[in-house]
Design a protein around this ligand. Structure first.
Ligand code: DAH
Length: 341
């Protein structure tokens, strides 16, 4: 073959290859084109390389140099097409490649935080911890002994009405005894005293359940903080001091606390504790001196030890502190409400 013909063939090959690689619109098309030009067996470059054998011996150095240049052009065009497709572009001009503009403001990551009730629980633990109370835990699914009987709540007490509680329907069949979602954290008083000889000084914080219709101040699930202190010579004065200190620490020193005589089966005497809210009072829990029957039910000797107990609504405390007027806000999961805390 004449040198001039060979060189023209090379020029055409390189031009065809560059155009074809630029036109390849996806990985599949690119692969077909790649095989056509640089395929090891029958690619057009390979064919040109073979054709070089028919060029005059004297012209071969020129032919070889030109061949290498054409080969480089083809390889560069192939590489460029690879990069273009990897970057997601269909063709160099069809779609603007993603442009990074360092002058645009960044996207601020949204960082969450603990739910207001969880924050309150942590703070209440902290306050009571400083008064020497340690934290005890109890199950949310309870039996009647811990939710009622050991707490001196007789079977005809209205609080035991099945309609006032969430009984678990199949429990009696599978566990041999009725089980319910605990309606109060006072259950933990019993569980702790069963396990520990006096003195005890604990709080327990957690969920309780009652089939109440939800309104601004009621919800079928809410949280209580239970306190129990049993030791020698514990008096009502200790109870009142602890509750006053507790309320002042959490709500501030301008909160007023008052105690009203009341009745709970597990305390004698019993009080209800109110806190001031504007010109009004709102109840935040019950309290009293642990009833001797409760002490006996867990094997304590009421001649040896006395104690006080209290159970307070955590939502109410949090609402008073932050001016929340509807308990349902806590459980709607509306971030516009939640992010304020
Ligand atoms: N368990 C009572 C309730 O849920 C609250 C309560 C009252 C707890 C008096 C106590 C207590 O520990 O002494 O209504």
């Amino acid at each position: 073959m004449a040198l001039a013909d060979f060189l023209q063939q090379l020029d055409e090959l390189a031009a065809d290859a560059v155009a074809a690689f630029e036109a390849a619109s996806d990985a599949e098309a690119l692969e077909v084109t790649r095989v056509e030009f640089v395929g090891a067996k029958s690619g057009r470059l390979k064919a040109a390389q073979k054709g070089m054998g028919s060029v005059d011996k004297a012209d071969r150095p020129v032919a070889g140099k030109q061949f290498n240049e054409a080969k480089t052009q083809v390889e560069v065009a192939l590489q460029a097409a690879h990069e273009r497709l990897a970057a997601g572009g269909a063709s160099s001009s069809a779609k603007p490649a993603e442009i990074f503009d360092p002058t645009l403001p960044g996207k601020r990551p949204r960082v969450g935080h603990l739910h207001p009730i969880t924050q309150t629980i942590e703070e209440l633990k902290d306050i009571m911890g400083r008064l020497g109370f340690s934290v005890a835990d109890g199950p949310e699914i309870e039996d009647e002994r811990h939710n009622f009987e050991a707490l001196n709540i007789p079977s005809d007490h209205p609080a035991r009405d099945p309609l006032e509680n969430f009984y678990i329907a199949a429990a009696e069949r599978s566990h041999g005894k009725p089980l319910l979602l605990r309606s109060q954290t006072s259950t933990v008083q019993i569980r702790v005293m069963e396990q520990t000889p006096p003195p005890v000084r604990i709080i327990s914080l957690g969920r309780v359940y009652r089939p109440d219709t939800a309104d601004a101040t009621h919800y079928p699930m809410f949280h209580q903080i239970e306190g129990l202190l049993v030791d020698q010579h514990v008096t009502m004065a200790d109870l009142k001091s602890v509750l006053r200190l507790f309320a002042a620490s959490y709500l501030g020193h301008n909160v007023h606390i008052r105690f009203r005589p009341s009745f709970f089966p597990f305390t004698e005497p019993s009080v209800e504790a109110d806190m001031s809210w504007g010109d009004d009072w709102i109840e935040f829990g019950g309290a009293g001196m642990v009833d001797p029957n409760v002490l006996r039910a867990v094997g304590y000797d009421p001649e040896e030890v006395t104690g006080f107990a209290f159970g307070l609504g955590i939502e109410r405390l949090c609402m008073r502190r932050h001016g929340v007027t509807d308990i349902r806000e806590f459980y709607k999961n509306d971030v516009r409400f939640l992010h304020q805390f």
